[in-house]
Design a protein around this ligand. Structure first.
Ligand code: MSP
Length: 669
C-alpha cells in the first residue's frame, strides 16, 4: 500500500435514547459498517463514528415517564445501543454520547464563536403552545387554529430566545449544492433540498428557556437557556474528531466525511448543519447520503401498531450474518423497502443456503471423499473452455464491486458477487468433476481448484457484509484468511495440499411457509398463491392480487374488437430507463427492476423477461412502461407498472425509443 493512504470517515445519525434500537437504526449502522469495511479493503484509512443523542424534550419526557432523572435514563438507555453494536459485528471506532464533556465543550465554544461574530442574536420567538403535548407549533402547522396532534386548544406565546442567522447562508448553500452534484445523494434528495431552498430561509431558534426545558447544554452567554437539541447534536460529527483542540486530526477526517442519514432528517443535515458550518468557517462534509425507510406491510413501523422489528430478535433467530446480508441486499440505498420475514427467508434460503452454502459444501464434501480432504493441484485446469471464462470474471470482479460500492449500490455489489457464485455452480455442473474423477483425476482436481479459488475470491468480496461467516468459511478453505486489500485479491491464493475442513453446512436452510417453497413455479401460479393467501385472509383484496395486470379494469366483460380512442388515452405509456435489474429469488423468469420514470423516486417493476434476456444487459436500457396500472404483487413483490416487450421464437426485444435515448418520463403515444 502507498505511504499516504486515502482516508474515509463515515458517520451514522446519533440515535435518540428515548427508545430502544429498532431495525431502522440497525440498518443504518450496518450500512456504515459495510461501507467502512469496503473502504478499508480499497486501501483507505477509515474512521467510523456512531453514538446517541441524549438531550432535548423527547428524552426529558421519556425519563419523566419512567420516574428517573434524565441522566439516569440516558445512562441506562445508551447501553442498549452501545451493547447492541458489537453483537451485530459493528466495528465503530468511537461512540459519542452528547452528555460527555468532550462534546459539551465543543458545543459551547461553537455557540460562543457564533455569538461573538453576530451569527447568534437574541430575538422574539412566537409560537403556539399545546399544553397537552407540551410542544410548540408554528402558525402554519396548526389545523383550523388547533393543535395538529390533539385538535385541542393552543396558546399563542411570545418568548425571548436566541436565533442563528441561517438566512444569511442560503445562497452560499444553494451554490455549493449546485457546484457539487454528488454532495447530497441520491439525486432525488438533492432536488428535495433545492426545492426547500426556493423559499426564503428563516433564522433558526437555537435556545430553549430553562423554565420550559432544562435538559440541555447551557448557553455559554446566558445561563437562563439551554441549547436546542439539533444544534447540539449535529456538532457531534466534528467534536469527536478534534474540532477546536486537535486541528490536524480534525482536518484529516473532516475533508473525507460521509454522513449517512434517514430521509426524515434531510433538512436538519442539509440545511441547518451546512449553514452552521458556513458560519463557523468550516468546510462542508463531503457527502450527505439519505437512505429510505424500512416499512412493514408498506406501513411505517410504530409502537402503537405493534409492528416494530427488533434487530436482536432477528439476529437470535437467524444469525447476524444473514441479518446483515438481508438488510444490505434487499434495500436500494435511497428507496424504501418492505421488511418481511418471508423475503428474509427467501434471500437466506435461495442465495445463502442454496447458491453460496451448497457450493462450499459440495466442493469440500467431494474433496473430502475423493481428494484426501485437501485442496487439489490446479494442474492445467479442467480442460473446459469455461475455465478461462471463470478466471476472467474473477479477475474483473473486485473492480466491479468497488465501482458499485463507490456509487452506493451496495445491493448491486452483492448481486454481482452472487451472480459469480451462481456462475461457479454452473461451472461445477459443466465440468462434472464428480464424473471426471474416474477417468481423469487431474482434470477433476483442476475443476475443483478453479471452483474453490473462485469461491475464495467471492467470499473475500463479501467480507464487509458478513465478516464472521466469511472468516469462518475462508478458514475452512485451507486455513485462509481475509485479504487486507482488494489489490491483493489475485487468482491463485489457495495452496494445494492444505486441508479443507467444513464440519457443517455454513447456512442451514430455514423452513419457508408452504406457498413459498416452489422455486421454479411459473409466475401465474405464484400469483394464484398470492391470491389464495389473500383469499384466506378474506375480502376483496384477493381479487386485486389475482387480477392479471394487462386485463385490469376490463372487468371480464366481452371485449369489443375495437378499443375506442378514449380507451387508448386511458393508458399512460412512458419512456423509462432501467437503473437496476436483479433476478427474483425462486423464479427463473422474473426480474425485479428499478426504473427511472423522471419521478422523484424510481419505480419497482417485476418483469417476466429473465429467461430470455440476460439480466446484466437490462440496466441502462430504455423501456416503454405502462405507468398507470394499479400496483400489484407478483411473486410476493410489489410491481408498480409493466414494461413492453416483443417475443417470438428467436427471443425477446424490449420496446424502446429508437435512436437518441429519450428523457425518462417522456410520454409515448
Ligand atoms: N437524534 C436524531 C438524529 C441526530 S443526528 C445529528 C434522530 N434520532 S432517531 O433515533 O429518531 O432516528 C435516527 C435515524 O433512524 C434516522 O436517520 C431515521 O431516519 C432512522 N430511522 C427511523 N426509523 C426508520 C425506519 N423505519 N427505517 C430506516 N431508518 C429509520 O433523528
Amino acid at each position: 500500500m502507498p505511504e499516504s493512504r486515502p482516508a474515509y470517515y463515515v458517520t451514522t445519525p446519533i440515535y435518540y435514547v428515548n427508545d430502544r434500537p429498532h431495525i431502522g437504526h440497525a440498518y443504518c449502522t450496518i450500512l456504515a459498517d459495510v461501507l467502512r469495511r469496503y473502504h478499508s479493503m480499497f486501501g483507505c484509512e477509515t474512521f467510523f463514528l456512531t453514538g446517541v443523542d441524549e438531550h432535548g424534550q423527547k428524552v426529558e419526557e421519556a425519563a419523566k415517564k419512567r420516574g428517573l432523572t434524565p441522566q439516569q435514563h440516558c445512562d441506562e438507555m445508551q447501553a442498549h445501543f452501545r451493547d447492541l453494536w458489537p453483537t451485530l459485528d459493528i466495528s465503530n471506532d468511537d461512540f459519542i454520547r452528547t452528555t460527555e464533556p468532550r462534546h459539551e465543550r465543543v458545543v459551547k465554544q461553537a455557540l460562543q464563536q457564533l455569538f461573538d461574530s453576530g451569527d447568534i442574536y437574541k430575538g422574539e420567538y412566537e409560537g403556539f403552545y399545546s399544553q397537552r403535548v407540551e410542544k410548540f407549533f408554528t402558525e402554519d402547522e396548526l389545523i383550523d387554529g388547533k393543535c395538529p396532534e390533539t385538535g385541542g386548544e393552543v396558546q399563542r406565546i411570545v418568548e425571548a430566545n436566541y436565533f442563528f442567522r441561517m438566512s444569511r447562508y442560503q445562497q452560499r448553500l444553494i451554490d455549493h449544492i449546485n457546484a457539487n452534484p454528488d454532495f447530497i445523494r441520491p439525486e432525488s434528495r438533492k432536488n428535495e433540498v433545492l426545492g426547500f431552498l426556493r423559499k426564503p430561509l428563516q433564522d433558526l431558534c437555537i435556545s430553549r428557556p430553562k423554565s420550559r426545558l432544562s435538559w440541555g447544554i447551557e448557553l455559554p452567554f446566558d445561563s437562563d437557556y439551554v441549547t436546542y437539541v439539533w444544534f447540539d447534536a449535529l456538532l457531534n460529527y466534528v467534536s469527536v474528531i478534534g474540532l477546536f483542540h486537535d486541528d490536524p486530526r480534525f482536518r484529516k477526517w473532516w475533508a473525507v466525511s460521509t454522513h449517512l442519514i434517514g430521509k426524515d432528517i434531510l433538512t436538519t443535515h442539509s440545511v441547518y448543519w451546512t449553514t452552521m458550518l458556513f458560519a463557523l468557517g468550516l468546510d462542508m462534509p463531503r457527502h450527505i447520503i439519505a437512505h429510505g425507510w424500512w416499512l412493514v406491510d408498506n406501513t411505517k413501523m410504530s409502537k402503537s401498531l405493534g409492528n416494530v422489528i427488533n434487530p436482536l430478535a432477528m439476529r437470535d433467530k437467524y444469525g447476524v450474518d444473514s441479518l446483515r446480508y438481508f438488510l444490505m441486499r434487499e434495500m436500494v440505498v435511497g428507496l424504501d423497502s418492505d421488511f418481511s420475514e418471508e423475503s428474509f427467508l427467501k434471500r437466506h434460503n435461495f442465495e445463502l443456503a442454496n447458491d453460496l452454502g451448497n457450493l462450499a459444501n459440495r466442493l469440500v464434501g467431494f474433496a473430502a471423499k475423493q481428494m484426501g480432504g485437501v485442496i487439489p493441484a490446479p494442474g492445467t485446469g479442467s480442460g473446459h473452455a469455461a475455465d478461462a471464462e471463470v478466471m476472467a470474471m474473477a479477475a474483473e470482479l473486485p473492480a466491479r464491486v468497488r465501482g458499485h460500492v463507490e456509487s452506493l449500490r451496495v445491493e448491486t455489489a452483492i448481486e454481482t458477487v452472487m451472480n459469480f457464485v451462481r456462475r461457479l455452480n454452473r461451472y461445477v455442473a459443466e465440468t462434472e468433476p464428480f464424473k471426471v474423477i474416474k477417468t481423469d483425476p487431474a482434470a477433476a482436481g483442476g475443476a475443483v481448484y478453479i471452483a474453490l479459488e473462485g469461491l475464495r475470491i467471492a467470499l473475500n468480496l463479501l467480507w464487509p457484509v458478513m465478516p464472521k461467516k466469511v472468516e469462518n468459511l475462508l478458514g475452512a478453505l485451507g486455513g485462509n484468511s481475509v485479504v487486507g486489500y482488494f489489490d491483493d485479491l489475485k487468482w491463485g491464493g489457495l495452496v494445494p495440499g492444505t486441508a479443507l475442513n467444513l464440519p457443517e453446512p455454513p447456512f442451514p436452510r430455514f423452513e419457508l411457509p408452504e406457498f413459498e417453497t416452489r422455486p421454479a413455479e411459473a409466475p401465474a401460479k405464484a400469483d394464484k398463491a398470492v391470491a389464495d393467501r389473500a383469499n384466506a385472509a378474506g375480502g376483496a383484496k384477493a381479487e386485486k392480487a389475482a387480477g392479471s395486470q394487462p386485463s385490469d379494469g376490463s372487468s371480464g366483460a366481452v371485449a369489443s374488437e375495437h378499443a375506442t380512442f378514449d380507451d387508448f388515452l386511458k393508458i399512460k405509456l412512458l419512456v423509462g430507463t432501467v437503473l437496476t435489474a436483479e433476478p427474483v429469488p425462486g423464479s427463473d423468469k422474473l426480474l425485479k427492476l428499478s426504473v427511472d420514470l423522471g419521478e422523484p423516486a424510481p419505480r419497482q417493476i417485476v418483469a417476466g423477461i429473465g429467461d430470455r434476456f440476460p439480466v446484466e444487459k437490462v440496466p441502462g436500457s430504455q423501456v416503454t412502461v405502462v405507468a398507470n396500472l394499479k400496483p400489484r404483487k407478483v411473486f410476493g413483490i410489489m410491481s408498480e407498472g409493466m414494461i413492453l416487450a416483443a417475443t417470438d421464437e428467436n427471443g425477446l426485444s424490449l420496446i424502446a425509443p429508437s435512436g437518441t435515448p429519450r428523457k425518462p418520463g417522456t410520454r409515448v403515444g
